[in-house]
Design a protein around this ligand. Structure first.
Ligand code: 5AD
Ligand code: SF4
Length: 491
């Protein structure tokens, strides 16, 4: 659709579905067209949410811009997972002070987890913030912006029982036209004691499978080649007609017998879209079922990679974190995964310096890493988050220097294991989906193989979006290097 949507009613920012379509010639005269600059922080879910926000606001005449100075509306989609993430946003806001001084019409909004966590405090503490909107309230943005335009501050941080934005077609931002994120669940019911997510993103709910399939179909028509199904805990996906996951026990018999779980959703996606590569993230060990692994093994277009955060290798710490699995159960799960998919790559999230973590506990984490030899991972120092059980009940008693040293130790070990894993590909042929020009050289393409390892190779005559077979000749701990042999059978 190349035209611009113009609203015909009193409140120019309130969307109620009544739009007339202007052709693009008229568009430049359209007084409603405004420039939106949106920046996302944190997890992939936030980046995916920003595409929903851009879609909601496009219906109100907002077009996105990458030039912050051009914007009439700046939105920061924020993360609260660690204190540092919030400090980054506060620093960013300081930088916007001068912009606001030079442009009196500029409005600034905070979206996402920090908005949800701090609510009206954000407006009180950060004077330049006009708008605060939580992750479940993006459909209300047009109303809120209307209020802001009238000179008021606006806030909506209501969490929802059923919002999944399944009816909104995301407006892809900074897209390469090849990879896309698709949210399949929102919220989290796990209540790990360190984690702020259940407070910022609410209770867990799943999205209607038909809308997921439709989104993949739309992407496929546009030429996309890979989708990543997203959720805080994808393996606990359960569609029984909508509503909170915790209410499933109260569902009717029909709803219970026709419910669709994650393995069935995955199969549905794989069968309906055999040409699309499918990834998913994040998996929680206690919810991952062998059905999912069997489906992964059955369909070629589901990638052999599982992001399986463990957080700690010590049972004492896992218990204090309220993780619902032991170290032994976790190791056994990976053993069973590898029995079915021997080349499945596994990645981790690990936190060091959780309250009460002794040197012995830390050593157990290093030992667990030695046992698994993860392909890659994301490692963090524990950051106390207000309102979490750990903050309320446990003393943040591992000193900063010890946290820093332990983090360095696990990062170093992970690098060793990553190299061990990339070396396994030497002299092998791997199928790569080309995603972008390599950062290191204009003459090389960068893409990923099935196991999610980055592969770099000379461009020749290949293009972004091509599936190519690459012979691996060299590697670092993070990247495989090689040469193209030809298009793969999936091209
Ligand atoms: N401190 C440090 N890391 C955290 N994570 C979540 N909460 C915290 C916290 N309070 C990490 C976990 C999680 C990842 C997304 O972020 O490892 O899996
Ligand atoms: Fe950050 Fe978690 Fe919110 Fe994602 S869900 S933005 S990781 S706090």
């Amino acid at each position: 659709m190349s035209g611009v949507l113009k609203k015909i009613e009193k409140n120019p920012y309130q969307y109620n579905g009544e739009f007339t379509l202007l052709n693009s010639k008229n568009a430049s005269n359209n007084l409603l067209e405004k420039k939106l600059y949106i920046e996302s922080y944190g997890c992939a879910m936030n980046f995916s949410d920003s595409e929903i926000v851009a879609s909601v606001l496009s219906k109100n005449g907002y077009r996105t811009t990458n030039i912050v100075e051009d914007a009439e509306l700046i939105l920061l989609n924020t993360c609260s997972i660690r204190e540092k993430a919030e400090q980054t946003i506060r620093k960013k806001l300081e930088k916007f002070n001068s912009l606001k001084k030079s442009n009196k019409h500029l409005k600034i909004g905070i979206l996402g987890c920090m908005a949800e966590r701090l609510k009206s405090k954000l407006i009180e503490e950060e004077k330049i913030v006009d708008l605060v909107v939580g992750p479940d309230a993006y459909k209300d943005l047009p109303n809120l912006i209307y209020k802001v335009e009238k000179g008021q501050k606006a806030i909506n941080v209501l969490l929802s029982k059923d919002e999944t934005y399944s009816d909104i077609s995301p407006h892809r931002l900074n897209s390469n036209g090849v990879n896309a994120f698709i949210s399949i669940t929102r919220g989290c019911d796990n209540m790990c004691t360190f984690c702020v997510v259940p407070f910022t993103r609410g209770r867990e709910r799943s999205r209607d499978p038909q809308s997921i399939i439709k989104e993949i179909k739309d992407l496929e028509i546009k030429g996309y080649k890979e989708v990543t199904l997203l959720g805080q805990n994808v393996d606990s996906y359960l569609w029984f007609g909508g509503g909170l996951k915790k209410d499933f026990s109260k569902a009717s018999e029909i709803q219970k017998t026709t419910a669709l779980n994650f393995s069935k959703l995955l199969e549905l996606c794989a069968i309906n879209h055999p040409k699309i590569r499918i990834r998913f993230s994040t998996s929680n060990p206690q919810d991952m079922s062998m059905d999912v692994i069997n489906i992964m093994a059955k369909y070629d277009n589901i990638c052999n990679h599982i992001h399986l955060p463990v957080q700690s290798g010590s049972n004492k710490i896992l218990k204090a974190m309220n993780r619902q699995h032991s170290k032994e159960e976790y190791i056994d799960l990976i053993k069973r995964i590898k029995q079915i998919i021997p080349n499945c790559s596994i990645s981790q999230d690990i936190i060091v310096g959780f309250p009460g973590e002794s040197e012995e506990d830390h050593k157990e984490t290093l030992d667990l890493m030695e046992t698994i030899k993860y392909s890659f991972g994301y490692m963090f120092k524990y950051s106390e988050r207000p309102g979490t059980l750990a903050q309320r009940k446990l003393a943040d008693d591992v000193d900063e220097a010890t946290k820093k040293r332990r983090l360095e130790e696990i990062i170093e070990l992970q690098q060793k294991h990553s190299l061990h894993r990339t070396k396994e590909f030497l002299n092998q042929e791997v199928e790569v989906l080309i995603e972008k020009t390599s950062k290191k050289s204009q003459l090389y393409w960068s893409g990923r193989n099935d196991e999610n390892t980055v592969v770099v190779f000379p461009k020749e005559n290949y293009n972004i979006g091509d599936f190519v077979n690459i012979k691996i000749t060299d590697c670092t701990s993070a990247t495989l290097l090689g040469n193209a042999i030809g298009y793969s059978k999936n091209n």
